[in-house]
Every structure is written in structure tokens, then in C-alpha cells.
Design a binder for this molecule. Sequence first.
Ligand SMILES: [Zn+2]
Length: 672
Amino acid sequence: MNRFYLTTAIDFVNSRPHLGTAYEKVCADVIARYKRLCGFDTRFLMGNDEHSQNVYKRSVEESLDPLAYCDRMEVEFRRTWQRLDISFDDFIRTTQPRHAAGVTHLIQRMLEAGDVYEGVYEGWYCVSCEEFKPEKDLVDGRCPLHPTLKPEWIREKNHFFRLSKFQQPLLDHFAAHPEFLQPENRRNEILRLIESGLQDISVSRAGQSWGIPIPFDPASVVYVWFDALINYASAVGLGTDDEMFAKWWPADLHVIGKDITRFHAVIWPAMLMSANITLPRQIFGHGFMTVDGQRMSKTLGNLIDPIAAADRLGPRGHDPLRLYLVKEVTFGGDGDFTWERYDDRYNADLANNLGNLVSRVTAMAHRYRQGRLAATAAPSDRLAGVAEQVVGAYSKAMDGFAIHEGAAAAFRLIDATNEFIAATAPWTLAKDPANADRLTQVLFDAAEAIRLAAVLLEPVMPSSCREILRRVGAPPDGLSFERDGCWRSDGERLLVQDGPLWPRVGTDLRVGPKERSVSSDDIKPEGVPPVAGAPALVPETPLKAPDPATVPGAPGVPPVAATADRISIDDFMKVELRTAKVLAAERVPKSKKLLKLQVDVGTEHRTLVAGIADAYEPEALVGRTVVIVFNLKPATLMGVESNGMVLAASPDGGKPIVVGFDADIPPGTRVR
Ligand SMILES: [Zn+2]
């Protein structure tokens, strides 16, 4: 069986993982899951980089033994990766004995090859980067990444690696293996760097105790970056388990961030060449995630906790997060995250599109065919043709690690299925018994397209896709791309109708200008179906002409028992929600939160006050259609009489987002 060994960068444990850290692991996980789907014997390695002076300092600050501190951080990291459904097979820590053995083994081989020698290092060192900084890389005498920190001038006995010797061998390797470093722009950058000449580098630090001792000079420890790179080999048995090492080395893919390409594509291969060990097959340097267009940093205070981002969208919220990270960012390029766009994409791709499609097709299958669908004698080939194209584009993209294109291809099939349903109008076919076979076939094809899309998206949204497969009567056990990743035009399946996979977000009622604190309960938990018989506040279906199969309360949709904490439809209908067009907006003097809005409510113009000034510039609201509580008693706020209230989502710790529509709606339209 073909094997595939891939790794991610290992992380410094002096801070908790943030969205940027998570981005890399999610993308690597998608590749690992795709390889498993394709039948590869896959090994996916992640881990923590613990021999850092910053880690040591943090542990001293917290009065902890450094190892105890690292143990605690391992729990944090593992908790994050578990929440994001990251399926690593092995998790290495550089303080583990197996790693020390691998490092010792490799450096000994490099020494024996004559490539390690003793010397004196004198120069600048950025403590925060834990990197030696040549004078030319400093800006005004400071590290460009840490301009507030003065680099240290260091003079100490070091062991050096004869990197200069490997300039030509590296150039030869790059020439013989154009795929070695991807994407292309990264490869060109590194090639220019190698061509400009390589200098020998220090591989040890003197006078430190936190690290792996140099075997032939126990007073020195291995320099942390040198130590860290070796994890990829020590995790598969370098120096400890020859059989395992023979099975898994060389690595097929190192997934890393673009900032550490030099370490991975220059120093690491040179180290392996020196020790006469085969080089990894490929290195992929991904881009960075920014937040609202800004670099994520502790100093800016804009680090996003991936657990919070997942929790925001409910128990299965990690899948929408994974989809966003994969589909919205070209793998290899930089990407941006905003909470607004995150919610928008969730509503557009999942609530309105895929989730709605699954609900409609399973509902119609139950309404018209008791859930049982069998192919008829007259198969249609409309969707099958699209499916074939999509599968081709998908595997080509995924094989080339263009995972964003892979996800986009799967969504083309989903879009085509929505169009197919609109064009064939099963609810119209159902009116005439002469169309019985045609109706069955249309539903069969739609269910088949959903099944296939779920197989293609399984690496990106594993648990959600398994649930979708269950609902379209295709048990997800032992998925195989070869067997399951193609169109099936025969057989019979039993569809399961269940609650909404992804309820729309943005339904939180804002109480006047006073913000109501939002708990995670505001997002409906998975598996709670909408209350039948009651029109949804924000419909599950997109705002377009409904078909009978999706009208809540239509026959075939099981009613849900009312419970004590629910309100009756009569209670709800007392609240009159209407659309309103913003004609003018201005800040309320002396208030940080309040905006005064002039709105057109169809029958009249009104003034109202909304607590959204920290999220919206007044000008940005003019011309927008919002939703207001139309029959709210007037209230005076900061001297302004407010006649109504604007609805907005109030994310925990985030800024409010006003409820809007993806189509033009006249002012005064009732919302329910
Ligand atoms: Zn620095």
C-alpha cells in the first residue's frame, strides 16, 4: 500500500494556539484526510517545540519547572486540536527521549562527515525570535519583527554547521526536483537566497541548560531551531527504530508557514545531505492569516481563539471554521478573517446552501416517497455530467494541494443541484401521477449529488459530511474515494429526515440600545429542528419563493412538542418586525454607542436610536435595509426619542452585526 507521511511545523508553547496556528493544522489535516480517503497508509505528525528560551522564561515567571509548564501547555494545544477535529496520528514533544536520541544521532553523523566544527560566534541575537541576526537584517539596529526589543550582542563558543558547503548540492536538488518547494513564488525566493551564497551557521548555544546537550560538548545545548527541525525524523524512529524509519522516511510533505521556509528548504535539507539521509519529497509554505486586514499579534490584541470561533457556531461549529479557512484562502497565499465575513460565509455556504439543500431533498423524499428512493429505468444525465467534471477538477486540485479549489469544486456540484431542483420543480411533478417515475428520478439524482458532494467535502468537514451521508442513506463507514467518489446511477436508498444541520446565525434580538449579553445558547444547538407551524424568524430557506416542501409546517415535517421555555406563535406574532430603509444616520452626541437613524418604514419616516456606533460608521448605514421592531413603545435615550429598535447579532466579545437581506426588499415588509 502506498504510504504518505506529512508533518506540520511544531509550535512554541510560550502562548496558546491562535487562528494562525490553527490555519496550518486545518489545512494539513485536510490533506491527511484526503490521502486517507484515497487509500494511502497515512501518518500525520504534529507536535510542540519546547526547548525555547522563551518557554524557559515563561516557566520561570510562572514559578514552574519548565517541563511541568510544557505539560500544561500540551493539554491546551491538544484541547484546541481536538475541538477542530485535527486527526494527527502522532504528537511529538521535543523534550521526549525519542527526540533527544534522534537529535544526538543526527548531529553525530554530521560531525563524522566533517561538517560540524568549533568556533566563536560574535554578533546580534534576537531573543524573541531566538535567531542570530546578521547586521544587514536589522532595521535601525532592531529586529524588524521585534522593533521594541534591543537585540543582544553575543560572543560565545559555538559549534558551527558547514552550510556553505551545500550551496551547489542544494541548487542541484532544486533543479532536479522542481516540486521540492511550493508554491512557486516561495521556491524562487529561496533559490535566489541560495544563489546569493550560504554562510556557515551556529548550531549550539553555550551556557544554557534548557535543551539537548551536544553529545561531544555537554556544556553546550543544541540550538533550538536546529533541534526543532529534527523532530520530523526523530518522530519516525531516527536513531531509535530503524525499521520504522525505513518505513516512513522520507516525509512526503512538510506543511509550514512562509516565514520559516528558509529553515526548512535550506538548512534542513543541508543537514540531511550532510548526514547522508534522503531529503523530504516536498515542502509547502502556506501564507498568513490576517484579521480585519491586520497582522495577528499579541501586541495588537487581535489574536483569535480558534475554539471561540468554532463554539460560536454550535457543537459542530468546527466544520464551518474549517471550511472558511480552506475555501476562503488560496492555499499558499495570504488570507483574511473577519467575524462578519465568517458569519456571511456560514449563512451563504452552509445555512442557505448545503444545509438547506439537504433539508429540502430529505423532506421531499419523505413527503413524496416515504424516504425511499430507487433509481428508475429512465435515468437523467444532467447532474451526472456535472458530477463527472467536478470529480475530475476536485482530484486534480487536491492532488496538487490546491485544497481551496477542491472545496470550490465540491460546491459547484451543490450549486448545480440547487439549480437542478429549481428547474425540475419536484413539487410541480408531484401534482400529476403521470410524472411519478420522473419525480422519483429527480429526487434520486439530487440525493446522489448530495452524497457525492459530501464524500468530496469529507476531508474538509469530516463530522458534518458523515452526518449528511447518514441522512442521504449512504452510511459513511470506510469511505473510499475510488469506490465512493463517483456518480452512482443505480441502487436504492433510505433517506433520513432530521433537524437543520446549520441554523442561520444573526437572529439575536437586540434590546434597544442596551446590549443584551449573548450566551452560546443564542445559537441553536445542532439537532434542534425549527418549531413546526411557526414561521421562522429568519427563514431556513433563502429569501426567495418557497417551494411547498420547505414551508415549515407543511405535511411531512414532524411537529416538535412545545416545552416550558418556548413561546407560542401568538406570543411571537405580537412582535411586529418590519424592514426599514435607512435614510440618514448620525452619532448621538456624547454617546459612544448610539446612532440616531432616520428610517423609511413604508408608511412613514421614523427616528430611532440604535446601539451600534462602535461597529458602523453612520455613512455606511445609509441606504441599507434593516429589520426593526415596529410596534415597540417609544423610549427616550440620551435625549432622543426612539420609535423602534434595530435587530442585530451580538457576538460574544465582538461587535454587533445588523440583520440584513441578500435581496432587495421594500421598506415596511413584515418579517416573521
Ligand atoms: Zn526578533
